[in-house]
Design a protein around this ligand. Sequence first.
Ligand code: UDP
Length: 440
Amino acid sequence: MFANEKNRIALISVCGDPAAEIGQEEAGGQNVYVLQAGLALARQGWLVDMFTRRISPDQASIVQHAPNCRTIRLTAGPETFIGRDAAFGCLPEFVDQLQTFQKQQGIQYSLVHTNYWLSSWVGMELKKRQPLVQVHTYHSLGAVKYRTVSDLPAIASTRLATEKRCLETIDCVVATSPQEEKHMRQLVSTKGAIEIVPCGTDIERFGSVERSQARQILGIPPEAKVVLYVGRFDKRKGIETLVRAIAKSSLRGNADLRLIIGGGYRLGYSDGMECDRIKGIVKELGLDGIATFPGRLSPDKLPVYYAAANVCVVPSHYEPFGLVAIEAMASRTPVVASKVGGLQFTVISEVTGLLAPPKDEEAFCQAIDRLLSNPAWADELGQIGRQRVEIAMSWDSVASRLGCLYNQLLVKAPMPVKAPASANVKRLTPDVVKAKGSVA
Ligand code: UDP
């Protein structure tokens, strides 16, 4: 018995498990994007399977998030965490396992939406073996990222070549901002189809709490001036710039200035090391009494932190999109962000927040101080930010646009050829199926 319905699709995210805990090394915006886009697509009638690499034998093989939306973890390479730059060798097995899964289940996907360059390789290999439409979101472009790092990883040339082949040959690449599209055309290739569909955010969860209520929950007095960072501890995120900007603030000593740096970290991992480095700078600059590190912010805490803040700062050196900026905007909190990548699209300077040159602590300091010193204006910017996100960046609107794109491409594509059933393939047993929303 085979199901080859045209609305059966796979989202592939080899590194970036949609069912993972977010906010630590290697689990950030991409994971959120795949899960939330998957859930919203399922609400709109698509049958969504999301594939990722299993990184621990304790992880469930299948996590059912909603009736038509599940994460499927494939064993490809060792069942341990492998950094993205070292995961390429696992991909051939991932392709084999994905095909095996289809045979076991008697299904064939008509369309795969791949995420990050590693998954684009999987999609392109799969396409050699079965008819399908491939859509891809880069999340990060090697050609841009490598301009900001001094030591190129050994995989760099493979990544760049794969990203080029992907843009030139697959059915359609999704750029999440006009800036990303420009980078693709200038730095990757002038060939290939690109559609712009932004990332989304949960406009019901973010914006559901008032500032006064949020401050009560967190024990922050109403008059405090709260500056918030949310994100991974990664040098690329520019947390150092923010800390140095706060040290220069004219409000220091004259107001109850507070800096909250939210994000998970683990001892012995690179995020733990970056967190230690930042804490060292905080100490050196005498900001111990101002800065707090609440650790990873869980989904229920995030809306409270965004609402409590007077300003949210996204000081990244490079940011393909930057979900944190639109989460803050949805929470009516103005954003000070680096003038890079997708942040130039989401944050309209002087309208929904302020943009500053990356790594420029003086410019960040001035922008933060301007907002903190003008609360009525800051509130106005926060309201306009909310409107911007409501109009164009809810997950439902993102899924509608992705759905339209899928439909256009599927209309042109032939239906998948039914694969023969494989009698000797072991089926996944129900005991590996975990309950809705569980995280291994
Ligand atoms: N995040 C979280 N808890 C934390 C820190 C971050 O849930 O403690 C989430 C954050 O809300 C956002 C994502 O991680 O949804 C980060 O996405 P973004 O695009 O800003 O950055 P990336 O991690 O992809 O570089």
